[in-house]
Design a protein around this ligand. Structure first.
Ligand SMILES: [Zn+2]
Length: 563
């Protein structure tokens, strides 16, 4: 408490009572100083609400490109602390690993969330693929039919730590995707809501009554989906409306969502708007910040990622989407202002992203290409089965790149030879940059250099979990898109390259003067930075991140941590 009081600056009291106008005029600069000191004092107050917003696939590149166009929440956040090029430093730049770093202070090597899906051949069930937010120990669970759970997350989130320090803290998580809500919320959530494909739902077994806002939003969404939705393109997005041909379809020009199109709901402005409505409703209904201990709210705005996958990142669709995010973030800030509680907001992303290769080629990236079908795990498997006269599958993998597993049934006497041959086949392919084995990654220390200077091996080391990672880990060359069938998705992320690793990291406390730093910090730095603001102890040996001092003036917001 003493430390906290030292941080408070004493405002010059009594100035406001000055009776005479002349004196008032004379005192004007003093009043200004008093007001600004008061707002600094308020800002230095310990936050009562911590809000973490993740904008799925909001790359540093998109942030930079759209900065001049933001007028609402993303404009206001830029008056705080701005890291335009932060890092999701690990190699497997997917949604689940990315979200697992944001509020745990830990890289996937520690959170255990190495991908959205991986293989666990020790499972007794037929489906050996595991989904990151399932609980495989539940009878009947599979990677496609599961009960959403934080079971596989090996690290504690900010909410978990706040809850064990003070059970009065409330932990609330709302997101479009279940994996975003779970990986940011953690193991001890009071409220969690995510989109199930039909409505916003919570975890099985959560016995709290449904907040009124959830029923209200679900009812409105159910009506809205059954109506067609013709997007109105904001004026600054019109110049970006240029059609690009991908196989037998066109992207780049927003089109109507048909009545009853649930898949189309994911890429419509209505999706993030609904998630935001629930988050704002919960701030009000639960009176966040007004309880006995600080509360934490995580918000996953998932639509940007669906827009990126479905239409790419450089068309008018993404422009309209990001202006929508700007608006939603503005609404969240307004709701937080209305609580009259001190708060802190951090906004970042779970990973970056890349545009579709067809448009990248038009936009000057001549080596942009779709993955060669020969690299699909099934096809690599076929070649190896023929070479070694083995039954298929020889290899298992979710995607052409990332973790590749040698099938359990391959006899012990040929396993190392098959792996050697598989590695050689991958390395011989012109679209492959590198192949790592667990033995190689295990030898490496966890990286400590700045994230923009990491080697490829460092990036894979930060994604490596000896229990869960593959027998081979395959890295694509830059600009290779691992999607062949473009009927649903045309573009993606997931590579170890910087366009997928780089994300903005923005911290905002009302009234606090911020700064901009172009050198990189990591999303794992968010947890210790926020924890220090509420004097929550986090042993540094348990995490990978470091506290960032958010005070551009004379204070030190990491003082507690350094103590
Ligand atoms: Zn994502």
């Amino acid at each position: 408490m003493a430390r906290f009081q030292m941080l408070m600056r004493s405002p010059a009291v009594g100035v406001r009572r000055s009776p005479a106008f002349g004196v008032l005029r004379m005192l004007f600069p003093v009043i200004v100083a008093a007001v600004s000191a008061a707002s600094e004092a308020q800002s230095a107050a310990r936050p009562r609400i911590i809000v973490a917003i993740s904008v799925d696939e909001f790359s540093a590149d998109l942030f930079t490109e759209y900065r001049p166009l933001f007028k609402a929440g993303l404009h206001r956040l830029q008056t705080g602390v701005v890291f335009p090029g932060g890092y999701q430093s690990h190699a497997a730049t997917e949604t689940c690993p990315g979200h697992s770093t944001i509020l745990t202070g830990s890289r996937p090597a520690r959170t255990g969330i190495i991908a959205n899906e991986w293989y666990d051949q020790s499972l007794s069930r037929a489906d050996k693929k595991v989904y990151c937010s399932e609980d495989p120990s539940l009878p009947g669970s599979s990677s496609t039919n599961f009960t959403v759970s934080a079971q596989l997350l090996k690290a504690q989130t900010l909410g978990d730590r706040m809850k064990s320090a003070n059970p009065g803290s409330r932990v609330v998580s709302v997101a479009g995707k279940d994996r975003a809500a779970i990986m940011m919320g953690g193991h001890a959530m009071d409220q969690v809501w995510f989109w199930s494909g039909k409505s916003f739902v919570t975890l099985k077994g959560m016995d709290q009554p449904t907040p009124a806002i959830v029923d209200k939003v679900n009812a409105a969404v159910a009506v809205g989906i059954m109506k067609p939705d013709l997007p109105v393109l904001p004026e600054p997005c019109r110049v970006r409306s240029v059609p690009v041909r991908v196989a037998d379809k066109t992207v780049g020009v927003p089109r109507e969502r048909k009545a009853g199109d649930f898949q189309g709901f994911h890429t419509s402005l209505a999706f993030d708007r609904a998630t935001t409505d629930i988050a704002i409703g919960l701030i009000r209904e639960l009176r966040l910040g007004a309880g006995k201990a600080p509360d934490v709210l995580s918000i996953g705005l998932s639509a940007t990622d669906y827009v990126g996958h479905t239409f790419g990142t450089e068309g008018a669709e993404m422009c309209a989407q990001l202006l929508g995010v700007d608006e939603n973030v503005g609404r969240i800030l307004a709701a937080l202002d209305a609580t009259h509680q001190p708060y802190v907001v951090v906004l970042t992303a779970d990973h970056g992203g890349q545009d579709l290769p067809e448009r990248n080629k038009i936009h000057g990236i001549l080596d942009a290409a779709r993955v060669d079908a020969a690299l699909l795990p099934a096809n690599m498997s076929k070649q190896l089965a023929a070479e070694f006269d083995l039954p298929e599958p020889v290899l298992l993998g979710v995607a052409p790149f990332g973790d590749i597993y040698l099938a359990r049934g391959i006899p012990g006497n040929v396993r190392s030879r098959v792996l050697e041959a598989a590695k050689a086949r991958y390395l011989a392919h012109p679209q492959v940059a590198a192949v790592f084995t667990p033995a190689e990654l295990r030898r490496l220390p966890l990286p400590s250099e700045p994230a923009d200077e990491w080697s490829l091996a460092d990036r894979f080391r930060a994604s490596f979990d000896p229990e869960r990672s593959g027998d081979l880990i395959v890295a694509p060359k830059p600009h290779i898109t691992p999607i062949i069938d473009v009927s649903t998705y045309v573009a993606t992320h997931g590579s170890p390259w910087n366009y997928d690793r780089k994300v903005p990291i923005l911290f905002y406390r009302p009234g606090v003067v911020g700064f901009e730093q172009s050198l990189p910090v990591e999303t794992v730095d968010i947890l210790p930075t926020l924890a220090a603001l509420i004097e929550l102890p986090v042993p540094s040996a348990e995490i990978d991140g470091r506290c960032i001092n958010l005070d551009a003036a004379t204070g030190d917001s990491c003082a507690f941590e350094r103590h």
